[in-house]
Design a binder for this molecule. Structure first.
Ligand SMILES: Nc1ncnc2c1ncn2[C@@H]1O[C@H](COP(=O)(O)OP(=O)(O)O)[C@@H](O)[C@H]1O
Ligand SMILES: [Mg+2]
Length: 640
């Protein structure tokens, strides 16, 4: 579940922008509608409440990394303080045990104070039980706090991604972004609570035991203190090896996952070509590499663990050897020697922890800097400070000397001049890759022009707030994205505050209502992750229903029916015609028969509009358009 959700969400980012749907809903209106509504469908009101809760004020990401990190911990400072307090108490119990044992053996045993001795032992036992309880609480509270910090960060990063522009998603792969929202954050959070906790407990136990041991016998303490850095350096190095091996495993995991994914999703193709064996061979390579990398990792892990055990052994032996020497010369008694050996394990615990912490630290900080990098990415398209809200749109569109290129710099459109009057249908035709889609994407500001201006009702789109701009534009494309959810939810995406009745009306207008009613749960039928149970034509009609619900004055149809067979196309064409009534439309046509009635047709080719006029004019001209119609007629797809 956890892994699926962000992917859905990422795809939805693209989709939201594509459709230009505004996720704002007026609770008041929704409630009003709910009152007129017989269906118990007051969901829309509940939804808007949820949305309000999520929006927390945005942090200032120009601050330093550390202060940002702290700013995420700060809201949970109470849990953090409890976590730290308990960790210190645990360290204190660890420190007290050898010390109290020593006192008991030194003072109480020689004088046969059985009662006091056993009372002390009982106290120590109680302390250990308490320690166990604290340990439990630290795990629960520490990770609980971590989870909360993680949720805050995840919310922020998701909200931020929703703001980013198309160009960002052109450049970043979904899989990588998914990793940012899941793995990276998890590692940051591990750091968030283990960092302070580990440093604190290690400092307390190390310093505490050195002080206690110094008071007992400074020479022997010196032996331990000299061994300590060697031990720390060794484990740190081993830990680094382990980490490198782990990186390799991660890389190979990515490769094997990719191999599995392509193997499974391509299974139909490989069967069709009877290429199962080739696939198996390809997979075997990835599998072998993965195995090798894991072996390497376990070797490094074995070395690390064995190394730690060995250091403990070396410390124990050194203490006994030097201590024995001192005992023979009468400088040390047996109880103190015992105390020292007990402290050796108290001593090595922080070493172990610090070594572990190094790993968490490097991974966590790397994750955090990737998180910040993403959070500091500014959306390329932002509202102008004095952006206006469009209230009423007539639908006059003008492209005025428009130039455009994507980030890679190759010119896609140059000097485009177009004027579309309200209610007119403007058709774009031409060979694939000519720039038709790009031209349409400039209108809702999915990308900004690099020269000239695009205007709606005489206002430059860059002067209009994106929200109000996109509210007035509906887009229907060849690929339709279905969100995981019910049919009802998917149609309601067109206008989140629409009532059930309105959704059904939109579905009727899009001629999908009857088919929905035949589905197992009607409007509440769950359509799988990507609408798998729906046919292409059904999906397209659902997307048309969305736009019926939104009812924008401007419509963009980008090869809306080209993926469908001609019978389905005809059916959908009727509902599209109904949808376009009275709206300003930009239609990119695949089959020329669908745009015969367009008020104006433009042929787009190699960055330019090469011909423009009504169908009659273009046919009379006998130029490129006439050629296109003849070509389609020849191909047998069209009868001219
Ligand atoms: N997101 C993008 N980033 C970079 N180049 C793009 C992007 N989308 C389209 N292009 C390029 O822009 C050109 C025009 O594409 P497009 O507008 O999709 O053409 P059409 O819709 O006419 O088939 C093509 O050369 C295409 O490769
Ligand atoms: Mg296109």
């Amino acid at each position: 579940m956890v892994r699926l959700l962000p992917e859905q969400a990422l795809l939805s980012v693209l989709w939201t922008k594509e459709k230009g749907t505004v996720l704002r809903s007026s609770a008041g209106e929704a409630l009003k509608e709910c009152r007129n509504e017989r269906h118990a469908g007051c969901r829309s009101a509940g939804r808007s409440e949820r949305r309000v809760q999520v929006n927390s004020p945005k942090k200032d990401f120009s601050k330093s990394d550390l202060s940002l990190f702290i700013s995420y911990i700060l809201p949970h400072r109470r849990l953090f303080a409890i976590d730290m307090g308990l960790s210190v108490l645990i360290a204190a119990v660890d420190l007290a045990f050898p010390f109290l044992t020593r006192q008991a053996m030194k003072r109480l045993l020689p004088e046969n104070l059985y009662l006091a001795f056993f009372a002390t032992m009982l106290a120590i036992l109680a302390a250990y039980l308490l320690r166990a309880y604290f340990q439990y609480q630290v795990t629960v509270i520490g990770h609980g706090m971590g989870t909360k910090v993680e949720a805050d960060m995840r919310g922020d990063v998701f909200a931020h991604m929703q703001e980013l522009s198309f160009s960002f998603f052109d450049k970043n792969r979904t899989g990588v972004l998914l990793g940012r929202v899941t793995n990276d954050l998890f590692e940051i959070v591990e750091l968030a609570h283990h960092a302070t906790e580990n440093i604190l407990t290690c400092a307390v136990t190390l310093a505490g035991s050195v002080v206690i041991l110094l008071t007992i016998n400074w020479k022997l303490t010196l032996v331990l203190v000299v061994l300590l850095p060697a031990c720390l350096i060794f484990s740190a190095r081993q830990r680094t090896n382990m980490q490198n091996a782990n990186k390799e495993v991660k890389k190979k995991t990515g490769e094997i996952n990719a191999a599995i994914e392509s193997g499974i999703s391509g299974i139909r193709t490989s069967k069709a070509f009877a290429n199962e064996r080739t696939e198996e061979d390809k997979f075997a390579v990835a599998n072998e590499n993965f195995k090798t990398s894991k072996v390497g990792y376990y070797k490094a892990m074995g070395l690390f663990n064995a190394g730690i055990e060995a250091t403990i052994g070396i410390m124990q032996v050194s203490v006994i050897a030097f201590g024995g020497l001192q005992m023979m010369s009468g400088e040390l008694d047996i109880v103190d020697l015992m105390t020292f050996t007990l402290y050796v394990s108290t001593f090595t615990m922080p070493v172990r922890k610090l070594a572990n912490f190094m790993g968490i630290y490097t991974q966590g900080t790397a994750g955090f800097s990737r998180f910040l990098e993403l959070m500091r990415t500014e959306p390329e398209i932002k509202d102008a400070p004095d952006a206006v809200e469009l209230d009423h749109v007539e639908g006059r569109i003008r492209y005025d000397h428009v130039n455009f290129h994507y980030d890679d710099g190759t010119e896609v459109l140059s000097d485009i001049n177009v004027e579309i009057r309200p209610g007119e249908t403007f058709a774009l035709v031409g060979s694939s890759g000519g720039g038709k889609t790009t031209m349409c994407h400039l209108l809702p500001r999915f990308y900004d022009v690099t020269g000239g201006a695009v205007m709606i009702d005489g206002v430059d789109v860059r002067k209009i707030s994106q929200e109000s701009l996109r509210k007035h534009i509906g887009i229907i494309q060849q690929d339709v994205f279905m969100f995981a959810g019910t049919v009802m939810e998917n149609i309601r995406y067109g206008r989140p505050d629409a009532t059930d009745l309105e959704v059904a009306e939109a579905a009727k207008a899009a001629e999908i209502h009857d088919e929905i009613m035949k589905m197992p749960d009607g409007y509440h039928t769950f359509i799988g992750e990507r609408g798998v149970v729906l046919s292409g034509g059904q999906k397209q009609r659902i997307s048309i229903a969305r736009v019926f619900l939104k009812n924008p004055p401007i419509l963009i149809l980008d090869e809306a029916t080209s993926a469908l067979d001609s019978v389905t196309e005809q059916k959908i064409q009727d509902s599209l015609d109904r949808l376009s009534e009275g709206k300003t439309c930009m239609v990119i046509a695949h089959r020329l028969s669908t745009i015969r009635n367009a008020d104006c047709i433009a042929v787009v080719d190699h960055q330019h509009i090469t011909e423009m006029g009504s169908r009659e004019e273009l046919l009379a001209k006998n130029g490129e358009y006439a050629e296109l119609e003849r070509a389609q007629a020849l191909a047998g797809r069209e009868e001219v």
